[in-house]
Design a protein around this ligand. Structure first.
Ligand code: NAI
Length: 446
């Protein structure tokens, strides 16, 4: 679905009128295209320690135009603020206030990325205070950025370096147009697992991926994105969506599996299909989901049970089959689609939010289990995404919902798909048990 307002105010007289009236001025976001440069201009790496030096050298080896000091008036593609050696809150002042002098030099669609250490790893109150301070700092800064620029953070667990594979994988994701609608978010790198792809344009080459609910909407976008990134696809949906499913399967040169994921044998059916038709199974994306909205006062058993059955019980059962299978052992990756409703709550969605909160709990608890096979599991929580589902929201409510984030617009199904493709790749192998929001930094609720 198109957002006419954004098209109208992003250029020409429409832009001037919106500016004069003080109306929201969303810009058309720079989204990933193969062969596009990673960033829109020079990258300023700030921070004094060895971690910052090592990171700057790595960015140079990627042929980026790297600066260690700001050049007055030069337009920047990104600022990477390395804060991995904080000992107390006062240590924030120098690097942060130095970076502050470059904020006005950020180009449209540029990036600010912090690299810091997790507060959870330390018993020292001053260190914890300094580290957790980065959370509030980055989330506030992201709300100050304009013109499609975003701010996100990478958090390192103990033993993880600024140049560990998934630190670099997350950095590439946040710098690139793949993260266009991810704003004000953190990704924790919990281990030194993972590997950057040999071919950055085909990070999923050689992998067989299953996407549920792929006949339309976000699921179809996920299938297209994984295919673009080199994966072989199995697309799954209910028999009633068979025609649409076949069309998506043809488009991505994959195979279709008509299956209701809430069947008790769904996990085994998925494994058997992938192995029989494609010889292996590496990635499962749990995207299929339903809504049956009602205020809790009017909720009935049918609405409650069907949402729980499809959105979370089916995922748990399929994961059990996957973890027990000898065919899902080679750096397996699971990514589940949650929702910001499961974090912030949404009127009329007690059943749906319970199921999506459940997805996040499931992901956290499954991470150590899949870790024993060298694998990872994560969730992506979309905010307002332009789909058939959100097109049915009444106009005024939709307009308000769509503007209430830092980027002042709804996301595209492809934005969710990009985050999922990154988390399904080996570049994210050191990231597990995480929830990444793709919401343009919602201003209300979580
Ligand atoms: P959609 O309704 O357009 O597509 C969902 C697909 O899942 C459909 O093709 C449907 O046939 C399939 N499906 C439903 N039940 C199934 C079952 N039992 N077995 C197999 N397939 C089944 O929904 P949309 O908007 O593309 O959403 C995809 C996911 O993203 C869902 O999990 C949804 O909860 C989540 N989400 C969507 C947001 C949005 O703004 N559209 C926001 C947050 C989360």
């Amino acid at each position: 679905m198109t957002d006419m307002y954004t098209q109208l105010v992003s250029k020409g007289p429409g832009r001037d009128i919106a500016r004069k009236l003080g109306l929201p001025q969303p810009v058309v976001l720079r989204r990933y295209q193969p062969d596009q440069p990673l960033v829109t201009g020079p990258v300023l790496v700030q921070g004094a320690g060895a971690g910052a030096d090592e990171l700057a050298s790595t960015l140079l080896s990627w042929n980026l135009d790297v600066r260690r000091h700001a050049v007055p008036k030069e337009k920047l593609g990104a600022i990477v603020l390395v804060l991995d050696e904080l000992g107390r809150p006062e240590d924030l002042a120098r690097p942060v206030l130095t970076a502050a002098t470059s904020m006005r030099d950020l180009a449209p669609n540029s990036r600010v990325i912090t690299v810091s250490r997790t507060a959870a790893d330390t018993a020292d109150p001053a260190v914890a205070a300094a580290r957790q301070g980065v959370d509030g700092l980055l989330r506030s800064l992201a709300k100050e950025l304009r013109a499609g620029a975003t701010g996100n953070g990478i958090v390192l667990a103990r033993g993880v370096r600024t140049t560990s594979p998934s630190t670099l994988g997350a950095l590439r994701f946040f710098l690139s147009g793949r993260s266009a609608f991810v704003d004000g978010q953190f990704l924790t790198v919990s281990s030194t697992e993972g590997q950057l792809p040999a071919d950055a344009g085909k990070p999923l080459a050689g992998k067989v991926a299953v996407v549920t609910g792929a006949a339309r909407g976000i699921g179809a976008a996920i299938a297209r994105t994984l295919y673009r990134d080199g994966a072989t696809l199995v697309v799954v949906d209910i028999p009633a969506a068979g025609d649409h499913l076949a069309a998506v399967a043809n488009e991505v040169r994959g195979t279709a599996l008509q299956l209701d994921i809430s069947r008790t044998d769904a996990g085994q059916r998925i494994i058997d299909h992938a192995v029989e038709r494609h010889g292996r199974l590496d990635i499962v994306i749990h995207n299929a989901g339903i809504t049956r909205d009602k205020l809790l006062a009017n909720m009935d058993e049918g609405r409650w049970n069907s949402v729980i059955a499809v959105n979370i019980a089916a995922q748990l059962r399929i994961n059990e089959a996957l973890l027990a299978s000898g065919h899902f052992r080679n750096s397996p990756r699971i990514v589940s689609v949650a929702s910001t409703s499961g974090i912030a709550g949404n009127r009329g969605q007690t059943n749906y939010a319970a199921s999506k909160g459940g997805v996040m709990g499931m992901v956290r608890a499954t991470a150590p289990l899949i870790g024993t096979h060298g694998g990872s599991i994560n969730a992506v929580a979309p905010g307002f995404i332009e789909t058939e589902m959100t097109a049915r929201i009444p106009f005024a409510t939709r307009e308000v919902a769509r503007r209430l984030n830092s980027l002042q617009q709804g996301g595209q199904p492809g934005d969710v798909a990009e985050a999922i493709a990154f988390l399904a790749s080996d570049a994210a192998g050191g990231i597990s048990g995480e929830v990444l929001r793709v919401c343009g930094q919602n201003l209300v609720g979580a």
